[in-house]
Design a protein around this ligand. Structure first.
Ligand code: NAG
Ligand code: NAG
Ligand code: NAG
Length: 426
């Protein structure tokens, strides 16, 4: 049985729309493919020296796109063996040595000619903040040891420093929003545009020894010590950020175990915070705990609450049997789950209504969320304060061709629809 004339025309138009659509897609991907060219790739290394462990992140990006956005990708995340550098107070040289394994792993991925040009940073957070409060000469010795060890490495070492809690929060916020393209975005018309401010996402970080909250509040920030201002891509941002030292996961668990009364440096009450607003990404230990408990798919607060209490009431024998081979962290999930509920609800003030705005995530656009990417972008000047003069990221001709084929696709689809609707069958 042959096709009628109407069916033939319809099929032809549908075929044409398919071909034109595919061509537009291929043209679009030409740009993506050129990003993957192995030549002219640049690299950067950041060590995140936390309280419980140190991680190395290797980032890479195309050399000609330094002022673009969303083009930095993560080439390696490596966990340094052993504890955080603050645990090496009695043997600082070992702190430096401990970093070598991950550094060698990263160097394998960087072409030899590029290594000396690879900016490398070490940033230490709450573990070292606490050690410096306790014994500043020990903290100094550890920094000297890691500086010496990394200074000898075949990279462009920019230094090791203690990050202020505020910076940790602000750079986490920059990492999330850079990854999500909510600072600037490459638009359909081939220009970089600034998305509306409502798209910006807040950052909730739970480390071993501190926790950070950073977001753009609805009104003015009344306590200026909690305000961080910066200028990115020609726009001014004013975020609320606060870091609570001693309210990290491990610090909280050890306080629960020892029944210690909160010290003066660890107060939670009395810190100013405007009401939470907008979407939030909760990462690091927020994510790890909720991922284990299967609570990362947007469940309401009541479900999270019920799930955690149910898990906590299971007998230890049953828990061990349900998760074989996970003994190391298993006994902490109940306590850290309950702690996260308390922290988010009673500490940061999320309610049943605002709870669904929290997304528990490890990554944004393939990059682990934390302060490291934002820190590197800022220090290397890859997020210019002023709007770059040249915003074209895609070759103009490729873009024009893509649009032409998209229009052809649309015309063919509309034609096919018209045939179906208005062609009276003969
Ligand atoms: C990026 O922008 C800054 C300031 O706008 C400029 O100085 C720098 O040369 C630019 N880098 C590249 C690779 O275009
Ligand atoms: C700090 O540590 C050094 C070396 O470990 C020790 O000699 C010194 O007494 C300590 N200082 C304080 C104030 O505890
Ligand atoms: C980024 O670095 C500049 C110095 O290059 C500094 O003035 C600025 O405060 C940094 N931004 C943030 C968010 O800390």
């Amino acid at each position: 049985m042959g096709l009628s004339r109407k069916e033939q025309v319809f099929m032809a138009l549908l075929g044409a729309s398919g071909v034109a659509g595919l061509t537009a897609l291929i043209l679009f991907l030409v740009e993506a493919a050129s990003v993957l060219r192995p030549t002219d790739i640049k690299f950067g290394i950041v060590f995140d020296a936390g309280s419980s462990h140190t991680s190395l992140f290797l980032y890479q990006w195309p050399a000609d796109k330094e002022n673009g956005t969303g083009v930095v990708s993560q080439a390696l995340a490596c966990q340094v063996e052993g504890p955080g550098i603050s645990s090496y107070a009695s043997d600082p040289a070992q702190a430096g040595e401990s970093l070598q394994g991950c550094l060698e792993e990263a160097l394998v991925l960087i072409p030899e000619a590029q290594r000396r040009k690879t900016p490398t940073f070490l940033g230490a957070t709450a573990g070292m903040r606490l050690l410096r409060q306790k014994n500043s000469s020990q903290a100094r010795d550890i920094f000297a040891a890691v500086t010496q060890a990394l200074g000898r490495s075949p990279v462009d070492f920019w230094g090791a420093e203690l990050l202020a809690g505020q910076d940790e929060g602000a750079f986490g916020w920059i990492t999330v929003n850079y990854g999500l393209g909510t600072l600037v975005k490459y638009s359909f018309t081939g220009e970089w545009i600034r998305p509306p401010e409502e798209m910006l996402v807040g950052a909730l970080d739970l480390g071993g020894a501190s926790t950070q909250i950073t977001f753009v509040p609805g009104g003015p920030i009344l306590d200026k010590s909690t305000q961080a201002d910066f200028r990115l891509y020609g726009s001014d941002y004013s975020v609320y950020t606060h870091s609570y030292l001693c309210f990290g996961r491990d610090q909280m668990l050890s306080r629960l175990l020892t029944g210690l009364v909160q010290g003066q440096d660890c107060a939670f009450d009395g810190v100013y915070q405007p009401p939470v607003r907008g979407q939030f990404y909760a990462f690091s230990n927020f994510y790890y705990t909720f991922h284990f408990l299967n609570l990362t798919s947007g469940q309401p607060l009541s479900t999270a609450n019920a799930t955690i209490w149910e898990f906590c009431q299971r007998s230890w024998k049953l828990v061990e049997a349900s998760y074989p081979g996970q003994d190391r962290w298993l006994r902490d999930y109940c306590a850290s789950g309950l702690y996260i509920l308390t922290l988010l609800r009673d500490g940061y003030g999320f309610s049943e209504e605002t709870w669904p705005s929290i997304q528990f995530r490890k990554q944004a656009s393939g990059v682990d969320i934390g302060w490291t990417l934002g820190y590197m972008l800022n220090l290397t000047g890859m997020i210019p304060a002023e709007e770059p003069a040249q915003w074209w990221a895609q070759s103009h001709s490729v873009w024009v061709a893509t649009v032409v084929f998209l229009v052809l696709t649309l015309v063919a689809v509309l034609g096919a629809a018209a045939v179906q609707l208005f062609w009276v069958q003969d």
